[in-house]
Design a protein around this ligand. Structure first.
Ligand SMILES: NC(=O)c1ccc[n+]([C@@H]2O[C@H](COP(=O)([O-])OP(=O)(O)OC[C@H]3O[C@@H](n4cnc5c(N)ncnc54)[C@H](OP(=O)(O)O)[C@@H]3O)[C@@H](O)[C@H]2O)c1
Length: 240
């Protein structure tokens, strides 16, 4: 069995891929989960080529059975879980009168419901890790839209507020047993998700995925007594 292991969702690009790389560098064996198999395979191959212990599970995380598939594949391969990164997410912009039900349901399912189900499925393994070293960690990618509601991204904002509230509740429920949770709340990050905005905000003026990944490296180094419930990442001039 490996010494430390992690699951990272949405690990095929952007923030999730950068976090998976940092976890690999820190000695974790990693299950990388994301939706599209070919894209995920490229990301997994890239990290494996750097000598990191990774494997990929393609899964559509709006589905409960797919979440269970990821967790059992991880358990079978690595036999332990020390860090869970709930990072997969989707965003659809629309004015309130134009919200499409399928986009509403998808954002609720991927951004919020999947996080609840991942916790439920992973709690036994995280408790075992916490009993061993008192520092099991769950990182949930929210957004700056999870702190300040954004018009035309209202459903996305609501799901990301949900992630912050859920993280707070999990710290009340699980931190006394050694499972710490942190919500990451970034503004614009230079990933495929923000390609739509790059004609207005240059990629190099955005927060970098590595900035977020380094924050996770920092969380790994905290003593068991120290919890960081949330972290905001903003750009110079961002209105707060
Ligand atoms: N970029 C930003 O400015 C920003 C700011 C704040 C928060 N965030 C949050 O950061 C997280 C990561 O986003 P990113 O910016 O790194 O964008 P990204 O590069 O597009 O990554 C999104 C990841 O989520 C996966 N994913 C999406 N829907 C999925 C589904 N139904 N099932 C499984 N995996 C799914 C994607 O896989 P596929 O590509 O195969 O779908 C991809 O691996 C998201 O939760 C996002 O809301 C981003």
């Amino acid at each position: 069995m490996v010494n430390r292991a992690a699951i990272v969702t949405g690990a095929s690009s952007g923030i999730g891929l950068a976090i998976a790389k940092v976890l690999g560098e820190e000695g974790f064996a990693i299950t990388m989960a994301a939706r599209r198999p070919e894209k995920l395979e490229g990301a997994v191959d890239g990290l494996a080529a750097e000598g990191l212990e990774v494997h990929g599970v393609a899964a559509s995380l709006g589905e409960e059975s797919e979440i269970q598939k990821v967790v059992s594949a991880h358990r079978e391969r690595y036999g332990r879980l020390d860090v869970l990164v709930n990072n997969a997410g989707v965003g659809f912009g629309a004015s309130v009168g134009e919200i499409q039900t399928k986009h509403l349901d998808m954002q609720l399912a991927v951004n919020l419901r999947s996080i609840v189900l991942f916790y439920r499925e992973c709690v036994p393994d995280l408790l075992t890790a916490a009993a061993e070293h008192s520092s099991a960690l769950v990182v949930n990618t929210s957004s700056i839209s999870g702190k300040f509601g954004q018009g035309w991204l209202s459903v996305y904002s609501a799901t990301k507020h949900g992630v912050v509230g859920w993280t707070e509740a999990m710290n009340k429920e699980l931190a006394p047993q050694g499972i710490k949770s942190t919500a990451l709340c970034p503004a614009f990050v230079d990933t495929p998700m923000t390609d739509f905005a790059k004609q207005h905000v240059a990629a190099e003026e955005m927060i970098q995925p590595q900035d977020i990944a380094e924050a996770v490296r920092f969380l790994l180094k905290l003593s068991p007594a120290c919890i960081v419930p949330e972290m905001m990442f903003v750009r110079p001039g961002d209105a707060l």
